[in-house]
Write a protein of this length. Structure first.
Length: 288
């Protein structure tokens, strides 16, 4: 088990350098609850969706039919807050920096720090790959990423593109945006395409109005971007997409992560270079 420094306040650079299990313990101890972009370099991060077992089958099919915004990397047994294949000493109820709890109202949610008071024996956890996982490859190539350099959350936007509906689950595709000079944008596209379990290649480059984004400086989620002259906006499918589908379904209880506050797993981000092989309770299989 990795060590956590015995100091009351950790600097952001120290937090980002922690091993995944140590980072989860810091989050569990409420010593860090910020966005996880740039944290645990080289490790696979995941979006969260938790639903009653009665809805799990339809949501699983929704993920399978929409692999770009919903790349499934793990599913729990009903009522089990652990997914051993994704991390040792992992507890879904405490190991994310923030959660959103929906109770039948698509427009209103409760933001909570942990799930101890809302957890139930019929809840099934779905973990879906996150674009934060390919950011390390872009950074290693010497390409700066603005929101990481500025300690901000990535900007996210609801688009005019629709997902494939399964049962009561459906709705718009949400995208995250990173802007680069043209040459760097091409390199970022090529690098991200290898990470199929982390959304893979972008869904759009250039004019945001073509995918229904009216104001790039006013994102629906996350922080406003800083754009430099000549920057090309690049848009990747985003794990907030299933959150929108869950909100449309209006289940009597549903839980998601706060945008940008991901589950950091023990898996190497290189696992995201493959497509999902086996989907089932606790699964994070991969095949080429």
């Amino acid at each position: 088990m990795s060590e956590v420094p015995e100091i009351s306040e950790l600097r952001l650079a120290e937090i980002r350098a922690l091993a995944p299990d140590a980072l989860r313990r810091v989050i569990r101890q409420n010593r860090f609850n910020g966005p996880t972009a740039g944290c645990a370099p080289g490790r696979l991060q995941g979006n969260l969706a938790i639903l009653p077992e009665a809805l799990a089958s339809d949501f699983l099919r929704f993920c399978q039919q929409n692999p770009k915004p919903c790349p499934l990397i793990g599913v729990s047994e009903p009522g089990n807050p652990c997914i051993p294949s994704l991390g040792r000493d992992l507890d879904i109820r405490t190991d994310l920096g923030g959660y959103r709890v929906f109770r039948g109202d698509a427009e209103r949610h409760e933001s909570v720090r942990d799930l101890s008071t809302v957890w139930r024996d019929d809840l099934v956890t779905f973990v879906l790959g996150c674009s934060f996982s390919f950011e390390d490859a872009i950074l290693r190539a010497g390409i700066p990423i603005a929101h990481i350099a500025q300690d901000r959350n990535v900007p996210m936007y609801v688009t005019n593109r629709e997902t494939t509906t399964c049962g009561s689950f459906g709705g718009p595709v949400v995208v995250s945006m990173r802007a680069f000079p043209a040459e760097d944008a091409i390199q970022a596209v090529l690098l991200s395409d290898r990470y199929r379990l982390a959304h893979g290649a972008p869904v759009h480059l250039g004019d945001p109005s073509e995918i229904g984004i009216a104001d790039l400086l006013n994102p629906d989620f996350g922080d406003a971007p800083t754009l430099r002259p000549g920057d090309v906006p690049v848009f990747w499918a985003c794990g907030v997409t299933p959150q929108m589908a869950i909100r449309r379904t209006r289940p009597e209880l549903a839980i998601t992560h706060e945008p940008g506050h991901m589950l950091v797993t023990d898996l190497s981000a290189d696992a995201a270079e493959f497509t999902i092989g086996r989907v089932g309770p606790g699964a994070a299989g991969a095949s080429s």
